[in-house]
Design a protein. Structure first.
Length: 601
């Protein structure tokens, strides 16, 4: 399997850059204020919890001293105190858990919406497709990575704040318990102020260092695991989407091999993660079990020397556990931090790549685009479109044989090409999604054009939304688009021969699965009939259709009297029906690209 993580390096940022980018995105997000309000509420709950925990630790002293004295009345009184403190802590824990979950939900909302907005900014997603492995499986980054990043960010942030407040609260307890303690060594008394505090810090520090050494590979392994998981899901989805042609080709065995290879990739990473987590468990579990007796061992010299009562010993143990828990936050959460680092890197690098598409580092020449000034025309001058960004050094590409052409409103135009000429390059260049080449393109306003690709897109939506896509959608009608009545929709369907769909306007289906090729193109033409564009530019959409379907759809196109029709492709039916102006495309010769490189040099 391809290591997607390694390929994504050009868009990766250092940790400081990742945090800066995602913090800026959060600050500009509409969820900022709700999250800040939840954060303030969480801080109040954490402070209240810490105070109650502090009082519970103080309760250890009189409670265990009452046990040591066999003082039943005091023992019962302390049980009542414990009941009040425990009830309060339970309530605070429940409130904190609810606030934690809501904060994580809001964080995920902000992350997912921001990433979706950045991804579906016009033109970006398609440009990203040519940027290498960073474009692989955006669904994984938008769905699973944002979920894990939001949940881990919330959990780790709350845990860190809670540990910091606990640490500040209980440091004084450990210091006061052992402020004047002295060790008897060789007949000499060595006074170590704050002996319990320093011992606790050293214990936690040693555990943190060990965890960092043992678990240093976890962040990288988690990132690679998520890349493999995304590869597996993409393989399964692709097989499911194409099950009909796979079955007809008897290709199940071949696809099974690919699926097993993707599963092997996931399992290989899980094995590496299992070993890494097992090694980390030696440290985390070992220090966890040792923590049961470590505070008693550390405090035992004071207890046996008579400087501590039994209740005082229990208070020292409780304070040690709280301080140790705070200091060991890094150890206890090391695997979660590694997971967080992995998803932070994947999400931030994906976002960085998308934003970078606005100012790409172009290789070779790029086309000059201009808007039509005055007269509304489409024209090209000295146009050559390269098949590769680096000027197509092998000569792959296309040029306009006539050198230039101008199309005026209302004209019918056919742009043909010799066999072997990649006519789709011209369509992509006119669309602005393939900018590599030389020459100038002058275009009408984008909102007055419909670009109709050979393979159209039919969203999973109601038929009425599909018929007017993207003029309408789940959010409703866009500004400047006339209302589409049921009568208008039905009339458009009947014009293109889709009578059987008239009663299905409000049905939501996978239309790309229910309709055949002829019906999909007919639905695209119906879309144009409803939207009435000033310019309709088609990328060989009639190729492969039944002659009867071609004739019907050409009659419908002829009814678009106010639209300019530009057909890119070899279509005798279009030529016979409209007698259009004809221009020609020719292959871009290698000598052309070499001359261009020489001119630029």
């Amino acid at each position: 399997m391809v290591n997607s993580q390694d390929k994504a390096e050009p868009y990766e940022l250092p940790l400081s850059g990742q945090l800066k980018m995602m913090t800026g995105a959060f600050w500009a997000s509409p969820v900022r204020n709700p999250v800040l309000a939840l954060t303030a509420a969480l801080l109040c709950v954490i402070f209240a919890t810490t105070y109650a925990t502090y009082r519970l630790n103080e309760w250890n002293g009189p409670f265990y001293d009452a046990l040591a004295r066999r003082d039943m009345p005091e023992f019962l009184h302390q049980l009542v105190v414990f009941g009040v403190l425990a009830s309060l802590l339970t309530l605070l824990n429940v409130i904190q858990q609810w606030l934690n979950q809501i904060a994580a939900m809001r964080m995920r909302e902000g992350l997912a919406r921001d990433l979706a907005d950045v991804w579906l900014t016009p033109g970006r997603a398609l440009k990203l497709a040519g940027a290498g492995a960073i474009a692989d499986n955006p669904d994984q980054r938008l769905h699973e990575d944002t979920r894990i990043l939001a949940e881990n960010t919330t959990s780790l942030s709350i845990g860190l704040v809670n540990s910091t407040i606990l640490l500040a609260s209980f440091i004084g307890v450990l210091w006061s318990i052992s402020t004047d303690f002295g060790l008897q060594i060789g007949g000499r008394t060595i006074v170590i102020p704050g002996y319990m505090l320093w011992a606790t810090i050293l214990y936690a520090l040693f555990g943190s260092v060990m965890s960092n050494v043992v678990g240093s590979r976890l962040a990288r392994l988690n990132a690679q695991r998520y890349a493999r998981e995304a590869d597996l899901r993409a393989t399964l989805v692709r097989a499911n989407e194409n099950m009909k042609p796979i079955t007809l080709a008897r290709g199940e065995e071949s696809e099974l091999f690919r699926v097993h290879a993707a599963i092997d990739g996931v399992l290989g990473m899980l094995r590496k993660l299992a070993w890494a987590l097992t090694n980390l468990t030696w440290v985390s579990a070992g220090f966890g079990w040792l923590a049961l007796v470590a505070p008693i061992i550390i405090a035992s010299p004071m207890y046996f020397s008579g400087n501590l009562s039994f209740g005082g010993l229990m208070m020292a143990v409780g304070a040690f556990n709280q301080v140790n828990q705070a200091l060991r936050w890094y150890v206890a959460n090391f695997s979660v931090i590694a997971d967080w680092r992995a998803t932070l890197g994947r999400v931030s690098s994906f976002r960085n790549a998308l934003v970078s598409m606005d100012t790409p580092a172009m290789e070779g020449s790029v086309l000059t685009y201009r808007k039509s000034d005055g007269e509304d025309v489409l024209s090209v001058t000295d146009l050559a479109v390269f098949g590769e960004p680096d000027r197509g050094g092998d000569g792959h590409g296309i040029r306009v044989a006539e050198g230039a052409f101008t199309i005026r409103p209302g004209e019918r135009v056919l742009i043909n090409g010799n066999p072997g000429t990649d006519r789709h390059l011209l369509f992509q260049a006119l669309s602005g999604i393939w900018p590599w080449g030389k020459g100038e393109i002058r275009l009408p306003a984008a909102d007055r054009m419909i670009m109709m690709p050979q393979e159209g897109y039919l969203p999973t939506a109601s038929l009425r939304e599909v018929m007017t896509y993207p003029a309408t959608g789940p959010a409703g009608m866009r500004d400047g688009i006339p209302d589409m009545t049921d009568a208008a929709l039905a009339q458009a369907l009947e014009k293109v021969g889709l009578h059987r769909l008239v009663d299905k306007l409000d049905e939501v289906e996978r239309w790309d699965r229910l309709l055949d090729k002829d019906e999909e193109v007919a639905l695209q033409i119906a879309n144009a009939v409803l939207r009435k564009p000033d310019w309709l530019i088609m990328d060989d959409v009639l190729e492969g259709l039944e002659p009867e379907t071609q004739a019907l759809l050409l009659d419908v196109l002829a009814g678009l009297t106010g639209s300019t029709l530009l057909y890119i492709g070899r279509s005798d039916a279009f030529s016979d029906r409209f007698s259009p102006k004809v221009f020609h495309l020719a292959p871009l010769l290698a000598v052309d690209t070499k001359n261009e490189a020489s001119d630029n040099g």
